[in-house]
Ligand binder design. Structure first.
Ligand code: MN
Ligand code: MN
Length: 483
């Protein structure tokens, strides 16, 4: 069972020098803080815009002319964001883009969520993304989101994150009465319509009908000015109500909700904040709706990328439609999304020569898809070769990845929607254990390597070669022992 020397050779921790170790842990402190603060796409955009402004990025609406090195913020609908650093080379030669997604699986409130039953107030939900429904019972839940009143007024809601806050929860059936439930398939153990969250139990004394629900609505009105009809124009999400934590006695891992894909969002954000006057214009894009198929006007199946680049070219004084096509087709992209890490509890679903492992560095995934790569992007080897060289030249520890054994399932990312424009694109992100669960786990070493990889890519991928003297990352200690 013990992992062999070959495994240790690939281990990123073995290749991080002692003086770099502190930086790895410091970087992850910021990451843990981000995960604890940010649980929805809207909160992520607010966070990104805030830190970007502090680092010299300007809202694109405030800019009329573009200059080399200029740093721009583009947002749409409060749910997607792009950070762009203008390069020295012409835009029609293409840009370097890293795209991650800000949405995570969760429970959305229905349009008419509030009801009373058996002396309780409950909230009806419709789950968002690929969840195992049984994960969402018996955990504390926080309510995040916005409610938009008829007059356009937007009320922001975040209940359940402070220690003193109340939380919501979905009670599970007790085992004593769960005999029949336990015989069901896992997908049916908790039904979608049973994901109703407890929200109150006290009645309004003077009211006869629905007095418990009415007390809940009275409190909502008093505290938030929200009335029952307002739920119909709201975006309210129930998410795990706990902070991110360090995992393991060595504190080498991060456990938290929403790391798919906010681990790639945070690492690429930190990377673009450090990009200065790249040759090729760098765009760090944060999108929405990936978990439900990249649909809607904030998902990558829309003309989002095209509209952003059209605006940039327009500001650069280039109004030629062909220029836009050329720019997009000549671009390089990383689809920054997570892959599944090998889980020793479930070896039967992983093919260990090609699947990714925790702590073995950022994962380069040539193709995703299912049933014979269906709906996959399948990156070109010419492009992969160049990416390998970039990572090796920058001491980025990386590994290959494939989503489990052939024909066991599969999945997709935004890569194929980017490839649509003709640009080169490959999936490149962090390995996650317990993906799509309310407590996903990643390795701090991989988080750090993702940041290094995205920074190198946006700063200088595709730039004219220059002589570098960067020190190669060696396998320390263990290599000596091996001899
Ligand atoms: Mn993802
Ligand atoms: Mn996902």
């Amino acid at each position: 069972m013990a992992d062999n020397k070959e495994g240790l050779k690939r281990n990123a921790w073995m290749r991080i020098e002692d003086e770099e170790l502190e930086r790895v842990f410091d970087f992850n402190e910021g990451y843990i803080d981000f995960l604890s603060q940010v649980k929805t796409e809207r909160e992520a955009v607010d966070y990104i815009v805030k830190v970007a402004r502090l680092k010299g990025f300007t809202d694109i609406d405030k800019v009329n002319q573009l200059e080399v090195g200029q740093k721009l913020i583009i947002t749409e609908k409060g749910k997607i964001c792009g950070l762009l650093v203008m390069g020295t080379r012409p835009l029609e030669e293409g840009i370097n883009m890293v795209a991650s997604h800000l949405d995570s699986p969760r429970l959305d409130l229905k349009a008419r969520p509030v009801y009373e039953a058996d002396g309780l107030t409950l909230l009806k939900t419709h789950y968002y993304g690929g969840i195992k429904k049984y994960h969402w019972v018996s955990i504390p839940l926080a309510l995040h989101g916005v409610v938009v009143k008829k007059d356009g007024q937007k009320i922001e809601v975040c209940i359940g994150e402070k220690d003193s806050d109340l939380v919501f929860t979905i009670a599970d059936l007790l085992p004593h009465l769960g005999k029949k439930q336990m015989e069901k398939k896992a997908s049916e153990v908790v039904s979608g319509e049973a994901l109703n969250a407890l929200a109150g139990s006290m009645p309004l004394k003077e009211v006869e009908n629905d007095s418990i629900k009415k007390y809940f609505m009275q409190l909502l009105k008093e505290s938030y000015d929200i009335e029952e009809d307002d739920f119909t124009s709201a975006e309210l999400q129930l998410v795990p109500a706990y902070a991110a934590r360090e995992v393991g006695l060595d504190r080498s891992m991060v456990g938290a909700y929403g790391q798919d894909d906010r681990v790639c969002a945070y690492t690429s954000l930190q990377a673009i904040l450090e990009v200065e006057k790249p040759e090729r214009t760098a765009l760090c894009l944060f999108v929405d709706k990936e978990e439900i198929g990249s649909t809607g006007n904030t998902g990558l199946q829309s003309l989002l990328i095209e509209n952003i680049m059209a605006e940039i070219l327009h500001k650069a004084g280039q109004h030629d439609y062909f220029m836009l096509r050329k720019c997009l087709a000549a671009s390089y992209a990383l689809s920054a999304d997570v892959n599944a890490a090998v889980d020793p509890n479930y070896p039967e679903v992983f093919e260990k020569m090609n699947c990714s492992f925790l702590s073995n560095g950022i994962v380069l995934t040539k193709y995703t898809g299912s049933r014979g790569k269906a709906e996959s992007n399948d990156a070109n080897p010419e492009y992969l070769g160049a990416i390998r060289a970039l990572f090796d030249n920058h001491n980025v520890v990386w590994q290959v990845g494939e989503l489990g054994k052939v024909d066991l399932g599969g999945g997709g990312t935004v890569a194929r929607y980017m490839a649509y424009y003709g640009m080169e694109v490959v999936d490149c992100g962090v390995a996650v254990m317990g993906m799509h669960s309310p407590f996903e786990v990643v390795s701090k070493a991989d988080v750090y390597m993702a940041y290094q990889a995205y920074r190198a890519f946006m700063q200088e991928f595709g730039a004219a070669p220059k002589t570098t003297t960067s020190k190669k990352r060696n396998v320390k200690k263990a290599s000596k022992k091996e001899k």
